[in-house]
Design a protein around this ligand. Structure first.
Ligand code: IDC
Length: 361
């Protein structure tokens, strides 16, 4: 019976792939066999059939949910990198193998800061690195969330031209892939919702010009709190949504700082807006302090019940309690021993590694 189900799944996967693959716009670079340009898609080592991407294929937004190739709601559970300008050494074959196989992570969020020594300092190098990480996630059957990690300054419009350049490039290069999701701004802060919406309405068309069917996520006001951290709430978005399809809104929380009031906002908003928790921590909003296990569990139970996808900050060995790996882990290269996990990492690995039971019919 198990064998039969497995065969059926493979058959359905093949069918789904065929049905979903239409003509795709060609990337700008010359990408014939033997190319050397990093603007071209990496080796065609596609995801295996029994991986999250193999099972679910290209995703889309259906009502308030994220849906798979069977048009059924799915929840992706995974991890975010730390800033790749600082912790690049934490993302190699060994660490991503552990993330895919031991953590059974469905997704890798690639946090590319724009300031603080990030993208603005060397656009070509950061674009190449993001593309390489997309390929590494794909080869392991994980979704890749390309996070244009704006933070300071908080107005995403400050980076509008950079965003257009970056997304035109990564969307053209990755349009043929099933595993890519675009997060066009991390945490707008000190800025109104209409300003964020205006940014989205300029960047989304750039993404869609190259990758028309892609899912795009936009950060929300008040550090992606749907406005709550600014004394507002989700109503301003419900009343004035971004004018496009296949779009989700980001919601972020840090479990030790954000509790019941934030959870009620999320519960209420989830009935009206497609939400994706692209970043959350088990600790305080500054990324440090004690882990709040009870609040984290309450949050994750809530997200599971609503099938809201999430990525935890961070899969790194940063010397801060939000990091999942103990300091020194990345230099040591052993990502698998239980001793490498912090308290937060152990809790997260427990939650993420349970079976996904993605719907396939
Ligand atoms: C934090 C990092 C920390 C870094 C700081 C400044 O953990 O090492 O020094 O950024 O860049 C966010 C942001 C995320 C923050 C994180 C914790 O998206 O960049 O990372 N946080 O403060 N929003 C709420 C919390």
């Amino acid at each position: 019976m198990k064998r039969l189900l497995a065969l059926l799944a493979i058959f359905a996967t093949v069918l789904g792939t065929t049905a979903a693959s239409g003509p795709r716009p060609a990337a700008a670079a010359d990408c014939r066999a033997g190319h050397t340009s990093t603007a071209c898609p990496g080796p065609a080592e596609g995801p295996a059939a029994d991986t999250p991407v193999g099972v679910n294929g290209r995703l889309h937004v259906c009502g308030v949910n994220l849906c798979n190739r069977y048009d059924r709601p799915v929840q992706l559970r995974g991890m975010s990198t730390h800033g790749i300008q600082w912790f690049d050494g934490c993302y190699d074959a060994a660490s991503l193998d552990a993330l895919a196989r031991e953590w059974k992570s469905d997704l890798l969020r690639i946090a590319m800061y724009v300031q603080e020594g990030g993208y603005e300092t060397d656009p070509a190098r950061f674009t190449d690195r993001v593309n390489a990480l997309v390929d590494m996630a794909e080869a392991r059957g994980m979704y890749a969330l390309i996070d244009f990690h704006t933070l300071t300054p908080g107005d995403p419009n400050h980076n509008l031209d950079r965003a257009k350049t970056f997304f035109a490039s990564v969307a053209a290069r990755n349009a043929g892939k099933e595993n890519v999701i675009y997060e066009i701004t991390n945490e707008p802060n000190g800025v109104s919702w209409p300003a964020v919406k205006s940014y989205a309405e300029q960047v989304v068309p750039v993404v869609r010009a190259a990758d028309p069917d892609s899912v795009v996520i936009v950060g929300t006001r008040g550090w992606s709190s749907l406005g709550v951290s600014d004394g507002s709430d989700e109503q301003e978005i419900v009343d004035n949504p971004v004018d496009t399809t296949n779009l989700m809104y980001a919601f972020h929380f840090y479990a030790a700082s954000h509790t019941d009031a934030y959870r009620s906002t999320l519960s209420r908003a989830a009935a009206r807006l497609p939400l994706f928790v692209t970043e959350f921590g088990t600790v305080s909003a500054d990324g440090g302090g004690a882990m709040d296990a009870a609040s984290t569990t309450a949050w994750l139970d809530l997200l599971d019940g609503l099938k809201i996808s999430y990525a935890n900050w961070t899969y790194s060995d940063a010397p801060e309690s939000s990091a999942a790996l103990r300091p020194g882990t990345c230099a040591g290269g052993d990502y698998s021993s239980s001793g490498v996990l912090t308290e937060s990492g152990a809790l997260l690995q427990n939650r993420i590694s349970t079976p996904d039971a993605f719907p396939t019919g």
